[in-house]
Design a protein around this ligand. Structure first.
Ligand SMILES: Cc1cc2nc3c(=O)[nH]c(=O)nc-3n(C[C@H](O)[C@H](O)[C@H](O)COP(=O)(O)OP(=O)(O)OC[C@H]3O[C@@H](n4cnc5c(N)ncnc54)[C@H](O)[C@@H]3O)c2cc1C
Length: 419
């Protein structure tokens, strides 16, 4: 096997595969390698549906070997260190690889110690996370007999920011079907200041929350889970401005001046997300500020801010937009165009990434709001889809797109670099 490549890619997930497929479509003879340790490739967007018992988990998996594009070399290994001054990547087992261009796309790492007690809580039968094991979530829903169903999210960036709400809306629907909804309170507690930042979609989501009688708490940052007592502790993000009136139904109480303790009968949350060590501990990471640790790329060209021959895309990139597969669909053509122009000594293209991302808000079985947006929370709905449906409203057609259309497009078009 060669140890030098024109393009070396770290990560064979959504971003690494979409990009390598695009590059090889544009330039067949390119010498590309993908460093990826896992034998599995996952379609994570369907995990929300798996968690609600309406999608088959094994259908979200393919062999990694089957998605590596023809012409690319798969280095089945883990990148452990990036030495940008030497154009070198060190790996766990197979030594060093050198490159002309490096693309960094290892996704995220889950920080199970980022919330006190989370690691233990996830071992309990009533605590689940679609991010870790959506099959367990479905088991938790099946076994839920009423009480407090608490849905929350950490204060770090997370992939698919809408996913913690989607599973809550589906749970509500499921509990109504099985008759336990009358005996339960559903709480959505988020460290954020709103349930969604794009105003055109926010109104619809607020109506959904109202219709479903969901209790919403903003500025609630989960800091501790006590799985012996089945209680979750939230620190108020703006204690002075958040007067606390306990809700008797929830059996919640204030501890000290800024901590709210709420008992749960079931709990769902994504774990805190951080950048994988290979990026976080390297000079390639943002060194200070709220994006600290994530990959420091230009937000429009996705080229590294300090190293000219390094690009990055996908969840690892420090970009002020939603971390989604949908975003990567728009990022990959930009990286491919800029990287190839540079490699072939052509003029840099005008093409820029404008921050497109999308959140398919499932609001129940058979209902979805397709929220598409770009930087600064500006709505960016697909003009073709918008011709036929009002995407700011719940639609059955968008549910069909989510459940059947998008998975097909992912495996057959996106991963092949066709769209
Ligand atoms: C529950 C859930 C629901 C979601 N819903 C949606 C949705 O509805 N719509 C949507 O568009 N997106 C959704 N997403 C987000 C989407 O799945 C991710 O944004 C996307 O997969 C990110 O792609 P990536 O390539 O950056 O990371 P990943 O696809 O996670 O791939 C990263 C790859 O890098 C590899 N890797 C890690 N470290 C190293 C290393 N050191 N060396 C080499 N390789 C390494 C990993 O093994 C992995 O294969 C959802 C995600 C979850 C979890």
């Amino acid at each position: 096997m060669y140890t030098h490549y024109q393009v070396l890619i770290i990560g064979g997930g959504t971003a690494g595969i979409m990009l390598s497929a695009k590059l090889l479509r544009e330039q067949k003879n390119l010498r590309v390698a993908i460093i990826e340790p896992s034998v599995n490739h996952w379609y994570q967007p369907a995990w929300t549906l798996v968690g609600a018992g309406t999608y088959n988990y094994p259908d979200t998996r393919r062999d990694e070997a089957s998605v590596i594009p023809k012409g690319a070399t798969w280095v089945q290994d883990k990148a452990t260190e990036i030495l940008p001054d030497l154009n070198t990547v060190k790996t766990e087992k197979s030594g060093d690889y050198t490159y002309d261009f490096l693309v960094v796309a290892p996704g995220v790492k889950y920080d199970l110690d980022g919330i006190e007690g989370l690691r233990d809580a996830l071992q309990q039968p009533n605590v689940c996370s679609n991010y870790i094991d959506p099959r367990k979530t479905w088991g938790v829903l099946l076994n839920f007999k009423g009480g407090n169903a608490v849905f929350t999210q950490p204060s770090t960036p997370i992939k698919c920011g809408g996913a913690p709400q989607k599973i809550m809306y589906l749970s509500d629907d499921y509990f109504r079907k099985t008759g336990v909804r009358d005996k339960s309170n559903i709480l959505f507690a988020t460290p954020g200041t709103t349930i969604f930042g794009v105003k055109e979609f926010l109104g619809t989501l607020q109506e959904v929350v109202k219709r479903k009688d969901i209790i919403v708490r903003l500025g609630y940052n989960p800091v501790k889970i006590d799985s012996q007592r089945n209680e979750i502790h939230f620190k108020l993000t703006q204690p002075g401005q958040q007067p606390f009136t306990p809700d008797d139904k929830l059996r919640e109480h204030l501890e000290g001046t800024d901590t709210i303790v709420i008992p749960y009968d079931m709990l769902h949350l994504p774990p805190p997300h951080i950048a994988p060590d290979v990026v976080r501990n390297s000079v390639l990471a943002v060194q200070e500020g709220p994006m600290k640790g994530w990959l420091d790329v230009d937000i429009h060209t996705l080229r590294h801010k300090r190293f000219d021959n390094i690009y990055g895309l996908g969840d690892v990139a420090a970009l002020p937009t939603g971390k989604t597969g949908a975003a990567i669909r728009k990022q990959a053509p930009v990286v491919a165009a800029h990287l190839l122009a540079q490699l072939n000594h052509n003029k840099q293209p005008e093409l820029k990434y404008e921050g497109y991302s999308s959140c398919p808000f499932i609001t129940g079985y058979g209902k979805m709001v397709l929220a598409e947006f770009k930087y600064d929370n500006v709505r960016d709905s697909d003009p073709l889809i918008s011709k036929f449906v009002d995407t700011t409203k719940e639609q059955y057609s968008m549910w069909l797109l989510k459940k059947y259309g998008l998975p097909w497009m992912y495996w057959n078009l996106m991963l092949k670099g066709i769209m």
